[in-house]
Ligand binder design. Structure first.
Ligand code: NDP
Length: 432
């Protein structure tokens, strides 16, 4: 965007263009989520008169096809950059002074520097941790593990639990606290935990890894309570940390916080005025390491620096989804947050069996929930657990951003029959 607006831009990337999202995150993850979803589709088809033979799944074919698509995207990114005149350096860059960047042995002087180096997966350093993998390796395993233990209770853990469960693996997920997905609406966390268990995932809370070792050709994970489980792979999905080491940031005077994240102000400006930082490497986004947030910050920096319009990203109402099975998506406040912040809260909810499940015989129910500030009638939170939740909540996010009230939702006609229409037909507030 800066180059398209006429700036002379150099970009250094030591690995693959597109970052975590394209290479080891959102995009390959979603392709794996689609792959896993076919299991339900094959089962559901029978109730609709289809007979399909026993489905067989080929992990290698999936990974190869996924890799081909990612390589295509890498090339698209390169073309987008070079088409607008960005000079791409396929190498690591470091700051050697406030305005000096060294990349591949060359020195460059820049009026402005943008640090967008993302994050890296955390490791839990219990004995034997090096036998475990992180999400980076999950996209390149030689074969699908028959049994997998997943340590963590956030986005990545829940998503890989769903993927491997859908693809036929035996999945155990271990979370240290009393209920996973901290920060999401409690009712949906409970409902997702129940749904995952009924899909066969061994989801254990208050469970912590103590040590990992090889045993009988597999891996043995011993937990703090002394129990153990055997698996073919152990995935650690215990958060990510800012990728800021060895970039010369301290040398240039750029301040880091205690987590190693670049300290920035509301305009993504670091402690050095002409150095900016966006995305997962920066401190403002420590709680929202999401691709669209990073992109919005980058666009704001372009406006601030090159258009003379100091621009800050509005972090209210950032919609988000966990591509678990079923999918959980939300925007705005959880019920718990609303009760803390608003004097009067009304909660509307609908739990229902999706129409498609009637003939397929599936019993998993969908949960839709609206949280309303009683004083203003504004809808301050929308939450959904069920098929297409992410697609539906994206639209609701527009309504919340526009400040829609419950009366606006009530005055909106439905598209019938859909699951989305539940959000405009909930009339009576109440307890679960
Ligand atoms: P999360 O921050 O979502 O979850 C980390 C999990 O690890 C939490 O359950 C946390 O527990 C647990 N944990 C942290 N430290 C330890 C420890 N020492 N021992 C045991 N458990 C621990 O991180 P993820 O790794 O799942 O994902 C990283 C980020 O990437 C996400 O926060 C999200 O921003 C982004 N992401 C977004 C996706 C999407 O948009 N769909 C998909 C995947 C990732 P506790 O809650 O108790 O602290």
């Amino acid at each position: 965007m800066a180059a398209a607006g006429g700036a002379r831009v150099g970009l250094a990337e030591e690995r693959l263009l597109g970052g975590t999202c394209v290479n080891a995150g959102c995009i390959p993850k979603k392709l794996l989520v689609y792959a896993a979803g076919f299991r339900d589709d094959f089962e559901d088809a029978a109730g609709y008169g289809w007979s399909v033979g026993a489905p067989r799944f080929d992990w290698r074919a999936l990974i190869e096809n996924k890799d081909r698509e990612i390589a295509r995207l890498n090339a698209v990114y390169r073309r987008l950059l070079t088409d607008v005149g960005v000079e791409v350096h396929d190498t690591r860059a470091r700051l050697a002074g406030p305005r000096t960047v060294v990349a591949g042995g060359e020195r460059f002087e820049a009026d402005h520097v943008l640090v967008a180096t993302g994050g890296r997966a955390s490791r839990l350093e219990f004995p034997g941790w090096e036998l475990a993998v992180t999400s980076d390796q999950m996209f390149h395993l030689d074969r699908r593990p028959e049994r997998i233990a997943i340590v963590g209770g956030g986005y990545i853990a829940a998503e890989f639990a769903a993927i491997l469960n859908g693809l036929g693996s035996e999945v155990t997920q271990l979370y240290r606290g009393d209920l996973f997905l901290r920060g999401f609406d409690r009712e949906l966390r409970d409902a997702l935990a129940a749904a995952m268990r009924s899909r066969g995932i061994d989801l254990r809370f208050a469970a912590e890894a103590d040590r990992l070792e090889r045993a009988h050709g597999a891996l043995r994970l011993t937990l703090l309570d002394g129990s153990h489980l055997d698996a073919d792979a152990v995935l650690i999905a215990a958060g990510r940390f800012p990728n800021t080491a060895d970039l010369g940031l301290e040398l240039a005077g750029v301040g880091l916080d205690g987590d190693g994240a670049v300290v920035v102000d509301e305009h993504c400006r670091t402690t050095v005025p002409h150095v900016f930082a966006v995305g997962d490497c920066s401190s403002r986004t420590r709680r929202m390491d999401l691709t669209p947030v990073a992109i919005a910050e980058a666009m704001a920096v372009v406006r601030t620096v090159f258009h003379g319009e100091p621009t800050a990203v509005d972090y209210a109402n950032v919609p988000t989804a966990i591509f678990s099975e079923p999918c959980l998506a939300c925007v705005g406040l959880t019920e718990e947050e609303a009760r803390d912040r608003c004097a009067e809260v009304r909660v509307y909810r609908s739990t229902f069996l999706p129409l498609k499940s009637t003939l397929s015989g599936r019993s998993e129910r969908t949960l839709a929930k609206l949280v309303v500030d009683g004083a203003s009638d504004r809808v301050v939170g929308a939450h959904m657990l069920g098929p297409d939740a992410a697609e539906i909540v994206q639209g609701l996010a527009i309504a919340l951003t526009a400040g829609a009230t419950k009366a606006h939702f009530d005055g909106t006609l439905s598209i019938h029959p859909t699951a989305a229409e539940e959000f405009v037909t909930m009339r009576t507030p109440g307890a679960p």
